[in-house]
Design a protein. Structure first.
Length: 437
């Protein structure tokens, strides 16, 4: 899912709390103070809050940290590295770009990062995302969780529904919603302009991870497990039963393909099947920013009367419980003393304690992070979901070749969703589109 980067500007527009594109990295300032430059993909309020956290931390450590955010991060980081002018630190929203730059990046152990110790309280699989040939070049400072089901507690209470904790209970709830005539079990939107289809990749990934386990999931990412395999077919059959079978979503697959992903959740807050009421939506933590203003106001007050979440239950015949998500990886281009300290802070469970945890978009990868510092109830809920899962699956489509993960997988899964193509044809077509070299 390349939501954050689905629109790419032709020229890098670097903004943020401090914009530093030229000059030397890791320069010494007056009084022994040292400046460390960081380049990332996030801008606006998130960039301001990130800078504020590092400024507070930096004062205590005699280090000045200057963050620059780019809406066109991939082009910006490639251009700077190619020109021999990399930042001290880069924060990668996609692991593929980091892995393409390992010849220039420094292994984190050379920066004094004890990878085993740092990742000891992180879910299985997360610490391996930035590993290339046995060396770790990147670790997450923040993650996002997609395996959450959003619902309206007031609507559940009005109909006597309870939150399912098993897949069997989920199936029973779906049947009850339909037999009651209350509405539709699921809200799903896959429309996203040129990126239409990415929500369907997330649905498929949820069940490939759980039915296959982390090893098979990772082999699927590298095409050692084909799309046209028993594993992926089983995962797709589960997706079919959840959201494509009759009555599961208002309007069926054709409506899913034309409903904007950010607006699909609005139907959680209407009343009556005739108005298209739906009762559950599986989506990432970011989706709270797309809810109606009155719901966002409730969230700001930590009021969960009309919106809350629960983890997507794992099928009983799955090989593991898992959490699907993504994250931003920290990589470094030098081993200067100040760079080492900044990187060590960013990947530690201490990051966020200087104010950044107040950003609803932030979720520490460390399950032992002090959840009382979070300002959104969903941050703590996501942390619990991660802690309860045996494995963490990093978004597969973001790690596949762009022609597939941001190309044929989007278009072909959309064609399957609308009924234009059969599942077998779709899976074969995606396999055929995989780059030959």
């Amino acid at each position: 899912m390349r939501l954050r980067n689905k629109t790419i500007a032709s020229v890098a527009a670097l903004v943020g709390a401090a914009v530093v594109l030229s000059g030397c990295s890791g320069t010494s300032g007056g009084g022994g103070n040292t400046t460390v430059q960081i380049l990332g993909a996030f801008t606006a309020a998130q960039a301001t809050a990130f800078q504020a956290d590092l400024t507070k931390w930096g004062k205590a450590n005699n280090i000045t940290v200057k963050y620059s955010g780019s809406d066109n991060f991939q082009q910006a980081i490639v251009t700077r590295v190619t020109a021999g002018n990399p930042p001290d630190v880069a924060i990668y929203p996609q692991p593929g770009v980091l892995k393409q730059q390992v010849k220039d990046l420094k292994p984190l152990d050379s920066l004094g990062v004890d990878v085993a110790s740092v990742t000891s309280d992180e879910p299985n699989g997360l610490g391996d995302i930035g590993n290339v040939n046995g060396k770790t070049y990147g670790l997450p400072y923040s993650i996002n969780v997609k395996s959450l089901v959003w619902y309206d507690p007031a609507a559940f209470a009005a109909h006597g529904y309870t939150v399912p904790t098993t897949d069997e209970e989920l199936t029973a709830l779906e049947a009850k919603i339909k037999s009651d005539g209350a509405g539709y079990p699921w809200c799903v939107g896959a429309e996203s302009g040129a990126a239409t289809g990415w929500p369907m990749t997330d649905w498929l990934e949820e069940y490939v991870l759980r039915y296959g386990g982390l090893d098979q999931y990772n082999k699927w990412i590298t095409h050692d497990v084909l799309f046209n395999s028993d594993l992926v077919k089983k995962a797709a059959a589960k997706v079919q039963s959840e959201i494509l079978d009759p009555g599961q979503v208002n309007g069926g697959g054709k409506a899913i393909a034309t409903t904007n992903f950010g607006k699909a959740g609005n139907q959680l807050f209407v009343s009556g099947k005739d108005k298209g009421q739906c009762f559950m939506m599986r989506q990432g933590t970011f989706i709270a920013d797309f809810f109606p203003d009155n719901i966002k106001a409730e969230i700001a007050k930590k009021d969960t009367t009309n919106i809350n979440v629960f983890p997507l239950p794992t099928p009983s015949d799955a090989v593991t419980s898992g959490t699907l998500g993504g994250g931003d990886l920290v990589g470094a281009f030098n081993t200067n003393a100040a760079t080492k300290k900044v990187v060590q802070y960013l990947v530690s469970k201490e990051f966020g304690t200087n104010g950044y945890a107040g950003q609803a978009i932030f979720l520490s990868p460390h399950t032992s992070f002090d959840s009382s510092l979070y300002t959104s109830p969903f941050q703590a809920a996501a942390q619990k979901a991660v802690a309860a899962s045996k494995v963490f699956g990093f978004d597969a489509s973001d790690q596949m070749p762009g022609a597939v993960g941001a190309g044929t997988e989007w278009t072909d899964l959309t064609a399957w969703t609308t009924g234009q193509k059969t599942l077998d044809a779709v899976l074969q077509d995606i396999d055929s589109s995989w780059p030959k070299s």
